[in-house]
Design a protein around this ligand. Structure first.
Ligand code: AMP
Ligand code: MG
Length: 282
């Protein structure tokens, strides 16, 4: 019997499976995940090479998605402050044709939004067929920050997990493919990044002193995240936990998972009108 040399552990093939929270979180514990994991790509060079190819493919597939105008893809990003939501969107989707993308950042709800049910603003941001819609935060804030700060009655919040699953199922059954990413950074990495926002004059605008209060509630947020990831990872809208302490690793994983999802969707250019090849433009 040949013993495996140390460090030669097999690299995961299907990155969706590797990062995916099991359906309804069976056996899932956030504390078992490692924000610093590096099983998939050996180093930065390898990850960036893979990512460039994956992004080029995403761009090609997006063109077909748009031409076919049958499916929409909704990509949800959630993370703690400084977790890399903006950076991932910029790096993975920056090179993709902007005509095929919608991007929505969900902020503290306005009075108008608060006068409606919490999914009202979300439904309006769902991408139309043919487009990829990026969600920078999402309806999950309504079971995260809202839970941690008690912004709604507990029994109302408890009802939301099933409501979200039903909402996402409704979308999935109406040609919206849903991908959800939790960018998983460690508390130590968040400390570095927040400090960097303070120290770097070009990043100070990103620093919000209120983020320090949220940081103090790290444990409560992790419990709220675990509950959301567990109760709302479904066959029709799976959650993926992305190790996010290294930006290049995080970006490469997200790019590969988006690419694989688009490939599975397998969009096709619509059939050309009969006889078009005989037309001559004069
Ligand atoms: P940022 O993403 O840094 O611009 O911050 C947006 C802020 O809006 C975060 O503190 C979120 O927690 C907050 N936020 C987003 N959605 C909600 C919501 N539904 N209820 C309360 N706060 C929210
Ligand atoms: Mg912020």
């Amino acid at each position: 019997m040949v013993k495996k040399a140390k460090g030669s552990a097999k690299r995961p093939k299907d990155l969706r499976e590797h990062c995916r929270v099991p359906d309804f979180g069976k056996g899932f514990k956030l504390r078992d995940t490692d924000p610093g994991e590096k099983k998939v790509f050996r180093d930065r060079t390898e990850a960036e090479g893979a990512m460039a190819a994956d992004i080029a493919r995403i761009d090609e597939l997006q063109d077909v998605l748009w031409a076919q105008a049958r499916h929409a893809v909704m990509v949800v990003f959630q993370a703690m402050d400084a977790g890399g939501k903006d950076g991932t969107i910029k790096k993975v989707f920056g090179p993709v044709d902007p005509l095929g993308l919608t991007t929505t950042s969900f902020k503290k709800p306005t009075d108008k939004e608060l006068a409606q049910d919490y999914l009202w603003r979300v439904h309006q941001a769902v991408p139309p067929r043919g487009m990829i819609g990026l969600f920078n935060r999402s309806h999950y804030e309504d079971v995260l920050v809202v839970r941690v700060h008690g912004l709604a009655p507990p029994e109302k919040i408890d009802q939301r997990y099933d409501q979200i699953n039903a909402f996402e199922k409704h979308l999935a059954e109406n040609n919206v493919t849903i991908l959800k990413f939790f960018l998983n950074i460690s508390k130590d990495e968040q400390k570095e990044r927040l400090q960097d926002r303070i120290n770097d004059p070009t990043k100070r605008w990103k620093f919000n002193p209120a983020d320090l209060n949220e940081r103090r509630l790290w444990k409560q947020y992790m419990s709220a995240y675990e509950l959301a990831l567990t109760r709302c990872s479904t066959p029709w809208a799976p959650w993926h936990v992305i190790p996010a302490d290294r930006n290049w690793y995080r970006n490469a994983l997200v790019a590969r998972i988006v690419r694989t999802t688009l490939e599975d969707l397998n969009p096709k250019y619509p059939p050309a009108p009969k006889g078009i090849e005989k037309l001559v433009v004069v």
